[in-house]
Design a protein around this ligand. Structure first.
Ligand SMILES: [Zn+2]
Length: 416
């Protein structure tokens, strides 16, 4: 195959995240991957034939990695928040009505994410229903197919079904789009189906997404077998095991380095954090959804201190105000009192680490895919990390590039 002509993407400030910022920095991109990084002067001189796209008034950063999202929701007519079980009950009542617009919502959600600088999306949807919209969006990403065993027979039959379903979903996908299994939650998937799915996906080298310790109601269901979720799922009788959701998830083998656990928002104890660190499971932090649904605050600084990998997730538009991961991250930065550089890292490289794809994306380094965003942040900002988060959170993403391919742009560079 002939090599693509090289392209140089350059900006007034380049923030690779994995290494210090470069004024008038440039990436050399060939065959969709980064093959060089340095100053525009050096990279330009060494590659005189490359096509140069230079944005002197912008800051170039890695694209956002959304570690937990649902595409199939829309901003309008969201169920009322306040309590998780109340919100979920209203959501379930409307599942049939929702079928009519899920695909359109998924397209719109993906578009919104792209226009906010997202390049990789970890999406969870029932039986992978939003995979077509993710695949056609231009994003790289993984759709985690949720399954609900009570619809599928015995635990063995349920797991066989979802594993085969995911195998079929993988056929004919774009190069960087993938499907995996999700064990939806401790209150919707019984312990035996959960354990079998976890073992099976790990044996096949797959990854797993779960929701965990999201709400006070989930904590009560797992510990006592009572509360708001028992009212919704009356026939789900495996709760009341007297331990925390994290400890329960460990006992049914869900926690492992290949698993990303969303939320961890409610009553995650020191002992729970110890289990998370020991098992190597990653976390996806969705603070705006947690606030909307009355789910508390995830102990993210403590988890990070113990070495738990934490990425950011927007969740979906029925529990969150936008699909803008930088806006989500800015919220987290304020919530936890983090600095801008840590925030930018959470939104990009840490998300990739949480999903086990840090060798491929999440920072601007030689060998990785050229996944980047151009932000209207001035190159001479005092705190560049904070500045790009603020600007990107407020609609200031001017271009999004996935694997060297611009999938969104509303600027022209200075070289043409
Ligand atoms: Zn979720």
């Amino acid at each position: 195959m002939p090599e693509d002509r090289a392209t140089i993407f350059a900006a007034g400030l380049l923030l690779p995240v994995s290494s210090p910022g470069i004024r008038d920095g440039a990436l050399l991109v060939r065959n969709r991957r980064i093959t060089g990084i340095g100053t525009l002067a050096d990279i330009g001189r060494e590659n005189p034939d490359a096509d140069v796209r230079y944005f002197p008034h912008y800051t170039m950063i890695p694209g956002a990695v959304n570690a937990h999202a649902h595409l199939g929701f829309r901003r309008k007519d969201a169920p009322e928040g306040g309590t998780f079980s109340g919100w979920l009950a209203r959501l379930i009542e409307r599942l049939t009505e929702k079928e009519a617009w899920t695909a359109e919502a998924a397209r719109d959600s993906a578009r919104e994410a792209i226009e906010a600088g997202t390049t990789f999306m970890a999406e969870s949807s029932p039986y992978g229903e939003c995979l077509p919209q993710l695949a056609e969006s231009g994003l790289a990403g993984t759709v985690y197919a949720e399954f609900f065993p009570h619809e599928l027979g015995t635990p063995e039959e349920a797991v066989e079904f979802i594993v085969n379903k995911v195998r079929k979903l993988r056929e004919g996908l774009p190069e960087r789009v993938d499907a995996q299994v999700s064990v939806h939650s401790p209150y919707t998937v019984d312990p035996e189906s959960s354990r079998l799915a976890a073992r099976r996906t790990r044996a096949e080298g797959g990854r797993l997404a779960i929701h965990l310790s999201e709400s006070p109601e989930e904590v009560e269901f797992v510990r006592d077998g009572t509360g708001g979720l028992t009212d919704i799922f009356g026939s789900n009788d495996w709760g009341g095991v007297g331990v925390s959701p994290v400890r329960y998830a460990q006992s049914i083998e869900l926690l492992a380095p290949q698993t990303v656990a969303a939320h961890l928002a409610t009553r995650v104890s020191e002992e729970d954090i110890e289990i998370l660190a020991r098992t190597g499971v990653a976390a996806a932090h969705c603070p705006r959804s947690n606030e909307f649904l009355g789910c508390g605050v995830s102990p993210v600084p403590q988890m990070m201190e113990r070495g738990v990998r934490v990425g950011m997730g927007t969740d979906g538009l029925w529990s969150s105000p936008s699909m803008n991961l930088f806006e989500e991250t800015l919220f987290a930065v304020k919530l936890h009192g983090m600095n801008g550089a840590t925030g930018l890292r959470l939104a990009t490289l840490e998300g990739a680490r949480a999903l086990g794809i840090e060798a491929e994306t999440g920072s601007l380094e030689v060998g990785k895919w050229a996944d980047l965003a151009l932000v209207e942040a001035p190159p001479d900002a005092e705190d560049p990390g904070r500045e790009v988060l603020e600007v990107a959170a407020n609609g200031g993403v001017a271009a999004t590039v996935v694997g060297g391919n611009p999938i969104y742009g509303r600027i022209s560079d200075s070289t043409r």
